[in-house]
Every structure is written in C-alpha cells, then in structure tokens.
Design a protein around this ligand. Structure first.
Ligand SMILES: Nc1ncnc2c1ncn2[C@@H]1O[C@H](COP(=O)(O)OP(=O)(O)O[C@H]2O[C@H](CO)[C@@H](O)[C@H](O)[C@H]2O)[C@@H](O)[C@H]1O
Length: 468
C-alpha cells in the first residue's frame, strides 16, 4: 500500500504547531514491508531548507487565472526522517514566506493543484491520499470533480481535522482559480455563501477523522459553523487519538536536555534539568514549577492564564515559566508579570523548540487550560518527561488525562476556563507537590504511559483498508 500525506507542515522541515508533529511522525510509524508512506508539503525558505539538499524530480507549470506559475517537485535527499518527503517549490508563492501568510488562499490552492498534477504523472499511484486540515481541503473535491483529475477519482481520500476553528474560507471571486469542473456541483464548495475548504473536505473525503474521539463528538455540537454538516456526514467520521514520536520525545536521548534521564534516575534527572532552567530564567528552584507552552490564543485559554498565574503567584509559593507567542495583549500581560514576580516567574515570548523540550523535562506541572483541544500533544510530552499535566476537561485532554481523585489517576483536571478554576487546579498541584511520596509515585507512573504512535498508526491503516 502506498499512502501520500498532503500537509502544510511536517516536523522537522516546517513546524508551527502540533500538525507538524503528527505529519512528521505518523508516516514513520506506518512504514512496513507492505506499506510505504510519504509526505508532500510546500517548500519554505527556512533554516531546514537551507541546511539540507533537495533533488529536483519534476518541473512544470500551472495556468492560474491570468498567470502561468512555474513550479518544481523536489525530494529531500536526507533519509534520517525514515520516510520520503517531497516538496512543492513555487518560488513566488510558497517559498517566499514561512508557512502561513496573508495570501494563503492562492498559495495553498497552487500547492494542492501542483501536488495533484504531479501525482497524476506518477507511475505508481497512491492507494490512499491523506489530507491534513483546510490547507488541503480542496483535494477531495478536485479528485472527485475536476475533469483533469478524472484518472485519480478512484483513489480513496481521507481528511484529518486537526483544528476545525480554521476553515480556509474564501470568496467566489477566486472560483476561476480552481481547475475546471461541472458547475452543477458548485454546491460542494459552498458553506454559508463562501467557498469553505474544510466544509468541502468533509463533504467530499471518503473518510473524515479528527485527532481524538471526544473532539469528534464535540464537533457535532460546536464546530465553528460546521456542526450540522458533521452530524450529516457522521457515518464517515471517526476520532483517532494522536500518538507521539517516542524517538524524538525521549528524555533518555533528547539532545536538547541538559541532563538525560529515564525511569530509573527520574528524580535526579528532573532535578538537574529544573536546576539548570531555574538558573537560566531566575526562578526559585525549591518551589513547585508550573509551565505553559503554546500559542497565546483564546483557544488555548491563554487570555485567562495571566490572571490565574497572578493569583497563584500572589497567594502561594510557586514558580512559573511560560513559552509562547500569539496575541499581543496576552504577550504584554505575561511580560508585565515579570517585574512583579521577579525570581519566581518568567516568560519567553517566541518559538523555541529546544527550550520547549527543556521545559517539559524541568517542570513539575504543565498547564493546559484550553477552551478547545482537538487532541493536544503537550500533555503527552509532559507525561513522557514525568511532568504532571493540569488540564481542562475537553477534547483530547479528556481522553488522555485522568484526575488524581480517580482510581489510578495521574493528572489534575478542571472543568472551566476561569481564573478560579485554573487557580484551584494549581492549588491542588501545590498540595500534591508537598506530599512528596505520592508526587514521586505519580511521576513514575506517568513516565510509563504508552502514547507511542503504534496503536494509532494501526487504527489509520485499518481505516484505509476499510475503504479500499
Ligand atoms: N512557543 C513555542 N515554542 C516551542 N514549541 C512550541 C511553542 N508553542 C507550541 N509549541 C509546540 O507545538 C506543539 C503544539 O502542539 P498541540 O498539539 O498541543 O497544539 P496545536 O494547537 O498546535 O495543534 C493542533 O493539532 C494537533 C495535532 O493534531 C492537536 O494535538 C491539537 O489539539 C490541535 O490544536 C507542541 O509540540 C509544542 O511543544
């Protein structure tokens, strides 16, 4: 079986968030003697691209409205990723900005057309095309409806929704950019009087998946306007929980860490990492260390976070470290707290892969007060690094974290994204930190949780086979 994943991000080539982690890992775990799993993604101008070699394997052009756009398909020469990666190089569109920008409609339309034009020329066609998020949402439609892809319309196409908040909406003024199709079927593109790539994918994909079972159920109630559509298409929808790449995320071998550790020297390892991080960020090592890593947006509860942190720092002995970027007002609020709680609080505004690993290894607790969380990978990385997750009961967080009040519980769960709820959850954390024996035994327990990709990769394979 040959699978081609089509995605805007793939770790380590280009990563903005969790989408990259998934597309950078799932194909690796899908490979076996009967399966080849590949990725096609855009080529962006970034450090990875500049530091690596790519072989040009295909050149062509796309008639795009009034313009003719040249592009090439290049193949990553380095094989350490353990799966083939092809990139669409469109210098004037995709390459010029790193991942997302304000002309994404044109950029990702061209990406999708180029990917399909190239697939059309392949001798060994894929048995499944697996699309990720709205940037690739028109592929299921184009395969089914566009005249030039008729030869591909028997290839099953799966769409995975990593985040239904973003749908890629655009107006009918760009309709002419989509390759020719029977206009009687224009309704497949439409949702609420505009072209909605995510809605189109839900209508046209052979199967639709989300990244956790609970998120799939939540989407049927609230999906930023697509809930009725998801209910209507529910027979082809399924939630498959994400895994994590346990070779990249392994405290025993992680090159980003100051001190590598495993279950047998967990306390020593966490202490050494915490000490180094606290020194670097001027934090009190002796206090329980709470961390937040992620996009500073409402979806992640980041608007409420500074207020809850302030309450916790004001009333309790604790240390806090935040890593993220997003809305300016949230960034400013988080930065403002620095001078107020110097020596116990710090924030790094920006994106830093190495620092994220160091924080997972150093923190005692990881905060995820998300309003929406399709799966969430941070809590899974936290578990693997012996850091206790404090999460809101939502989406994939609900599927992966069990509260300490329950039998074999190992995390702290709260129900609302409110200052008091987050604050109370942090108090429970401080209380747990003081019960040293229980705290240590939970750390040991969580490090042994298996969230590797094996189970989920198998679930995707079963899904592909069911639609062949
Ligand atoms: N400032 C920063 N510096 C360094 N690293 C940072 C960072 N901000 C975030 N990260 C990293 O980005 C990733 C975030 O992954 P998540 O899955 O938690 O969220 P995201 O919303 O991006 O993904 C969406 O897709 C994924 C994948 O399906 C779903 O799990 C999730 O629920 C959904 O919202 C993690 O690897 C995290 O460490």
């Amino acid at each position: 079986m040959k699978i081609i994943h089509v995605s805007a991000e793939c770790y380590p080539i280009a990563k903005i968030g969790g989408l990259a982690d998934v597309v950078g890992a799932l194909p690796k775990y899908q490979q076996d003697k009967n399966t080849i799993s590949e990725v096609i993604m855009p080529l962006y101008d970034n450090t990875f691209t500049n530091d690596n070699s790519f072989e040009t394997i295909f050149n062509s052009q796309i008639i795009f409205g009034e313009s003719t756009v040249n592009y090439s398909i290049v193949k990553l020469e380095d094989s350490t990723l353990q799966f083939p990666v092809y990139c669409v190089n469109i210098p004037d569109y995709l390459y010029k900005t790193y991942v997302y920008s304000n002309d994404d409609v044109d950029r990702f339309l061209l990406f999708q057309i180029a990917a399909l034009d190239w697939i059309l020329t392949l001798q060994q066609k894929p048995n499944v095309i697996h699309c990720h998020d709205h940037h690739t949402g028109l592929i299921p439609f184009m395969l089914q409806e566009c005249f030039k892809y008729k030869e591909l319309n028997t290839i099953p196409v799966v769409t995975t929704i990593h985040n239904a908040q973003y749908q890629g909406w655009f107006g009918y003024d760009k309709l002419h950019l989509i390759p020719k199709f029977n206009l009687d079927n224009i309704g497949l593109l439409d949702w609420d009087n505009c072209i909605n790539p995510l809605a189109t994918a839900i209508k046209c994909a052979w199967r639709v998946t989300t990244v956790s079972p609970t998120y799939m159920e939540e989407l049927k109630v609230e999906a930023n306007g697509l809930q009725h559509l998801l209910n209507h298409e529910s027979k082809k929808c399924v939630g498959i929980l994400n895994g994590i790449d346990t070779t990249v995320w392994n405290p025993e071998t992680d090159n980003f860490l100051n001190y590598n550790y495993n279950i047998s020297n967990l306390e020593k390892g966490k202490a050494a990492n915490k000490e180094a991080l606290c020194k670097q960020f001027n934090l009190d090592y002796d206090k329980p260390l709470f961390a937040f890593i992620g996009r500073l947006v409402g979806e992640k509860g980041a608007d409420v976070l500074p207020f809850a942190l302030e309450k916790a720092l004001e009333n309790n002995d604790c240390s806090v470290i935040v890593l993220g970027s997003g809305f300016e007002n949230i960034q400013n609020h988080l930065s403002f707290l620095k001078s107020k709680y110097e020596g116990r609080y710090n924030v790094f505004i920006g994106y830093d892969e190495a620092l994220s690993h160091q924080i997972y290894a150093s923190a005692d607790f990881l905060l995820m007060p998300s309003r929406v969380e399709p799966c969430g990978l941070n809590q899974l990385y936290a578990l693997r690094y012996g850091t206790i997750p404090i999460v809101r009961n939502v989406g994939g967080l609900k599927d992966t974290v069990k509260d300490i009040s329950q039998l074999n519980g190992f995390g702290i769960c709260h129900n609302h994204v409110s200052v008091d709820n987050i604050y109370n959850a942090m108090l429970r954390g401080i209380n747990l930190f003081d019960k040293t024996t229980t705290f240590k035994s939970i750390r040991k327990l969580i490090m042994q949780k298996d969230h590797s990709w094996f189970v989920s990769a198998k679930a995707y394979k079963t899904l592909y086979k069911s639609i062949k």
